[in-house]
Write a protein that binds this ligand. Structure first.
Ligand code: 3PG
Length: 393
């Protein structure tokens, strides 16, 4: 059940768990506010319906029991207030009671400072639930954590439901992975197979083309008997890589392995770049990008796709000489009629760099949560809402 379906919120006390965990610089200034912007529609919906609105989030990973200035949501309250065009009062100690009037919105200080938040303490969750009539989870980014504000509270609040952002994220991910328009093409790139092995295995059963990139592609190239020089790879995972290729090929699906690559002798922005055939990588080479022939072949796959799931840049796109592969794929995704979904910090940075945000079907606000969804894991914060919905709450 989502918030819009919850009927009359007029005069109700609504507790919204958002994910306002935004990146900050050394001075504490917000460097990127997508998550705060994404939380606005849910908050507005409750305010416009006449609710007394309490919003909370974690920020970073503070020590429980102490609130240092660096842990405070003060900067977030300020930004939220600008976006909502109304004052947002920050409430420091809130577990034992919050004073908030209908039509007003308060931001409850960093929920991870409360003792018991991280371990989903039952007594804490009950106290929080007692603050509200309606609990709304709109924090997709934290949906993979079972904490008091994402999980326990949903068990005890009189009503518990998903907010519009959480609902939209789950819709988009479901559309991409549950009943996708085919061909379904996934890009899974990053430095290590080990951190994305579960995703690769889970997607190997679902997708038609599994495009690998970065250190992950190097490990797959090694598994295919190709030389990779001194490139980043995990030789102990060759059997896992081979098993993934085998599962895919048995289903008539494929892991397209690069046929040309861009190499350098050192990992540096100004290192001379050399394009080589994948079977001609020298012992002292570092593979830092896919080559133009590979990029073009993959771009064609993306343009012909029905659905695209994108996690990770295929090269060191921060260095211009090694950004061609990522840029070509990004532009192919933008030009493709496929429904596309993208997530993860590096992927979002690539989307921003090439200015294609408007041409991507859905950009997830989740980092770890997006990855766990791709792994096929149940998200605890979603599971508890489903449990409540099944009970008719
Ligand atoms: C994130 O940034 O991925 C979420 O806000 C979750 O943060 P966490 O990894 O500290 O739980």
């Amino acid at each position: 059940a989502d918030l819009a379906a919850k009927g009359k919120l007029d005069g109700k006390r609504v507790f919204i768990r958002a994910d306002l965990n935004v990146p900050q610089d050394d001075q504490g200034n917000i460097t990127e506010d997508t998550r705060i912007r994404a939380s606005v529609p849910g908050i507005r919906l409750a305010l416009d319906a006449g609710a007394a609105v309490m919003v909370t989030s974690h920020l970073g990973r503070p020590t429980e029991g102490t609130l240092t200035p660096a842990d405070s949501l003060a900067v977030v309250a300020e930004r939220l207030s600008e976006l909502l065009g109304k004052p947002v009062r920050l409430v420091a100690d809130w577990v034992d009671g919050v004073s908030v009037a209908p039509g007003e919105v308060v931001l409850l200080e960093n929920c991870r400072v409360n003792k018991g938040e991280k371990k989903d303490d039952d007594a804490l969750a009950r106290k929080m639930a007692a603050l509200c009539d309606v609990y709304v989870n709109d924090a997709f980014g934290t949906a993979h954590r079972a904490e008091a504000t994402t999980h326990g509270i949903a068990r005890y609040a009189p009503v518990a439901c998903a907010g519009p952002l959480l609902a939209a994220e789950l819709d988009a991910l479901g559309r991409a992975l549950s009943a996708p328009k085919r061909p379904l093409v996934a890009i899974v790139a990053g430095s290590k197979v080990s951190t994305k092995l579960t995703i690769l295995k889970s997607l190997a059963d679902k997708v038609d083309q599994l495009i690998v990139g970065g250190g992950i592609a190097n490990t797959f190239m090694l598994a295919k008997g190709l030389p990779i020089g001194k490139s980043l790879a995990e030789p102990d995972l060759l059997n896992e890589a081979r098993a993934i290729i085998e599962v895919m090929e048995k289903r008539g699906a494929a892991v397209p392995i690069p046929t040309d690559v861009v190499c350098a002798k050192t990992f540096a922005a100004d290192a001379p770049a050399e394009t080589k055939s994948a079977d001609a990588v020298a012992a002292d080479d570092l593979i830092l990008d896919i080559g133009p022939v590979t990029s073009e072949r993959l771009a064609q796959l993306l343009k012909a796709a029905g659905t695209i799931v994108w996690n990770g840049p295929v090269g060191v796109f921060e260095f211009d000489a090694f950004s061609h592969g990522t840029e070509t794929l990004a532009r192919a995704i933008a030009a493709s009629p496929a429904f596309s979904i993208a997530g993860g910090g590096d992927t979002l940075a690539a989307i921003a760099k090439y200015g294609i945000a408007d041409q991507v079907g859905y950009i997830s606000t989740g980092g770890g949560a997006f990855l766990e969804f791709l792994e096929g894991k149940a998200l605890p914060a979603v599971a508890i809402l489903e449990e409540r919905a099944a009970q008719g709450a």
